[in-house]
Structure formats: C-alpha cells, structure tokens
Design a binder for this molecule. Structure first.
Ligand code: DCT
Ligand code: MG
Length: 401
C-alpha cells in the first residue's frame, strides 16, 4: 500500500507517473503486465483513498453513468461504473491519457471508452446525453427530496410529473417525510459545512449528556473521513456500560423537539437480535437494526441571512434546515457501527464483498461472523475488525472510496 502514501503525506498535489501503479493479478478485466512493481488492489477496502480527488472530472462522469444505470434498474451496469470511479479516486495523480488506464484494475470496455472520450475530446457524448435527458434530470430532482427513493421518483416521472412545482400544484399525496423534504428542499440540497456539523454536534452532545452522563457521541459519515462538507450529519451514540443507552433516544429527541430544534423527525426502534448463525444472504441486508432518529434540524445562523422561499415579508430568516441522523448502539457493537457508518458507501460495500468472497465472513454494522468456524468474531475497535478480515488498517480519512 505504500505506492502512494509518500506523496499524500505532504498533502500537496504531486504528479506521479502512472506506470508506477501496476495491476493486481486478481482483476479479471485487466491485463497484469510484465513489469514489476506495486499494484493497485482490486477491492476498495484494500486501497487508501485520501482526499483530494485528482480525477474529479472523470469520476463525476463515471458516477453520472452509474446513477443513470441505477435509475434504469441496470444493477450490473451501475456497479461496473461504480467500481471504476473509486479506482481513479484512489490514485494520487491525474489521468491525462487513455493509456494510463492500462495500469489500473476494474476498468471494463465501457468505462475505458468514457475516459478515452474525455481525455481526448474534453467531454463524453454519452455523459452529455444523460445530463441533458429529461428523465435523468427529473429523477435527480425528485430523488433529492428527503424521503423519495429512486423507485418513487421513477413512478412520478412515469405519471408525467416533472418539477417540484408539479408535486406542489397537483396536490400529489405525499407522506409526512416527503412533505418536509419538499418544504425544505433548497436547504437540504445545499451542502452542510464542517462548521455547521460542529455546531450540531454541540447541541446533540448537550442534549445527550443531559440525560446520560458518560455517553459517547461520535460524528461519523463523511465528516469522520475528513470531508469539509456533506449532505447530512451522522451521529453514533453509545455508553461504555452496555444497557445504559436503552431509553435514551426518546428522551433526547423529546427534549430537542421541546426546544424547537426539530423541523421533522421519525424514529426507528432497535430490531437487532443476535443471530445464532448467519447466512451469506444476511450480508445482503444493507439496513442496520439500531434504534435511530432521522431528522431535519433547525440550526440558528445568526450572522447569515437565508433567502426564504415563502412570502416577501419573511424572506429573510436566520436559520437553516439540515438533515441529521442519530443512531444508538450498544457498546459491544460500537466498533462495527462505527466502521459501518464511517463509509464511504462504496468502501462499505467493498468491505462486505471482500469479507464474503475472500474470507467467507459476513460483516454488517452489528457484527462479524465467520461462516467456516460458525462463530461471531468480537471486536473492541475498528482495528480489530480489519485484523479479523486480514486487511491492513485503513484510517477513516483514507476511506474516501
Ligand atoms: N451507508 C452504507 N450504505 C448505505 C448508506 C449509508 O454503508 N446504503 C453508510 C456509509 C456512510 C454512512 O452510512 C453515512 O451515509 P451518508 O450520510 O449517506 O454518506 P456520507 O458518506 O456521510 O455522505 P455525505 O458526506 O454526503 O453525508
Ligand atoms: Mg453523511
């Protein structure tokens, strides 16, 4: 893994000749060439992916195609693009020639063609076509509403709806979550800054410690990976004495609500039962079973003036709506929850895929199970989990796959 750590340590852009990175022989789509040298591993959880991204134009293009394929329910096509993009995100140099891809894993013919078009012509006809297509644009807008998934977005599109105003005007029957999502659409689609996340952390910490001194509140998700902005703020809450966390969340949420800090929330009960045995099928269960609260916070922004979408008289306001997730975990599951909630989504997907295919283990946000020995593997830290999996430890800031 030392193939790029040195250049990243300086924190400044260093252009490295791509020929330093050779292909892992594990990758079926690549031609492991004759030259000796370090390789770019196939699984994202074997790579260190620090910020910044040197290939954003290319990764944006591949991710647009991945998303479009997902909108079209083409899972395989979507995954192919979704696996190629993070390879480019992991390398500490900009790919400027199509030939640079020869040294990289996970690039199939289609992804290669897109990179070739962009490096040679400046843009990709296919990506431009997607970006201008009415369907993609509409689904992008609709799926940007809190509470609207890809399936619902597509159904609305099929029904002839095209804009947020269509949803408002046609008095489309929305659920409570979607109503709130639509109402706060502009705020929720503008990035949450690190400063805002820190402010929210203060508020959450204050509320939690009020009811449970000694509780641990951790900012996870993209901010834990060192990102300076994100689409929401994710918190894990636990207490070193297992069991003390029970009954906490409802008190915290009631208090936040009584202070007028929640514009919307819904809660989910803890539904985790420790399995006696786990099947590979269980690893496909992406949802976790922690007690959680999914909310829209009202954050005071005293020095800023936000434009309101409502009437002129109140078009200056001093607050912003922000998405906040609160997740409560028993202490013994905390390392798994932390690993699962730190992300990135692709890093998590790859950890689970690596666990199943390379180790015959099942990993989720609650536990790690060894299907060969039929035992749960306990962990006191994220490091323990990487060690069980036989992986080098990857820092959160290096999980930006
Ligand atoms: N997660 C996951 N699988 C999903 C959704 C989420 O493993 N289908 C994990 C990984 C990241 C974490 O939960 C938080 O999710 P997001 O907030 O969606 O991701 P993020 O990386 O925090 O992105 P952002 O910075 O935009 O909030
Ligand atoms: Mg997040």
């Amino acid at each position: 893994v030392s193939w790029f750590t040195e250049s990243m340590a300086s924190g400044s852009p260093v252009l490295i000749e791509p020929r330093h990175c050779l292909v892992s022989s594990q990758c079926p789509e690549s031609d492991a060439s004759e030259v000796e040298g370090p390789t770019v591993p196939v699984y994202a959880c074997q790579r260190r992916t620090a910020l910044p991204n040197w290939n954003q134009i290319l990764t944006d293009a591949l991710e647009i195609l991945a998303e479009e394929a997902e909108f079209g329910n083409s899972e395989g096509r979507s995954l192919a693009f979704a696996r190629a993009a993070p390879v480019l995100r992991s390398i500490p140099y900009a790919v400027t020639r199509f030939e640079d891809l020869n040294s990289l894993p996970c690039f199939g013919a289609h992804s290669r063609k897109i990179v070739q078009e962009i490096t040679e012509d400046g843009s990709s006809v296919e990506v431009q076509r997607v970006l201008h297509s009415e369907r993609y644009r509409t689904l992008k807008v609709f799926s940007g509403i809190f509470g609207v998934g890809k399936k619902t977005a597509d159904r609305w599109y099929q029904e002839g709806l095209r804009t947020l105003d269509d949803l408002r005007k046609k008095e489309k029957k929305l659920n409570r979550q979607q109503e709130a999502g639509l109402q706060h659409y502009t705020d929720l689609n503008s990035p949450v800054t690190r400063l805002e996340a820190d402010k929210i952390q203060h508020v959450v910490q204050d509320a939690v410690l009020r009811f449970l001194p000694g509780a641990i509140i951790t900012l996870t998700g993209g901010f834990q990976r060192g990102k300076q902005s994100g689409h929401d703020v994710d918190f894990l809450i636990t207490h070193p004495t297992e069991g003390k966390e029970m009954g906490l969340l409802i008190k915290v949420v009631s208090w936040l609500s009584s202070q007028g800090l929640l514009l919307y929330h819904h809660m989910k009960q803890n539904s985790y039962k420790e399995p006696t045995q786990m099947s590979v099928q269980a690893s496909k269960d992406r949802l976790d079973h922690f007690e959680s609260c999914f909310s829209i916070f009202k954050l005071d922004t005293p020095n800023e003036q936000m434009e309101s979408s409502s009437t002129a008289a109140e078009n200056i306001r001093n607050w912003k709506a922000l998405r906040v997730d609160l997740v409560v975990t028993p202490f013994s599951q905390y390392p798994f929850a932390l690993l699962g909630w730190t992300g990135s989504k692709h890093f998590e997907r790859e950890l689970r895929r690596f666990a199943v295919h390379e180790r015959k283990m099942i990993l989720n946000s609650h536990a790690l199970y060894d299907t060969k020995q039929n035992v749960m593997l306990p962990a006191h830290s994220e490091e323990d989990i990487f060690a069980h999996l036989g992986l080098d430890y990857i820092l959160p800031t290096e999980r930006n796959a």
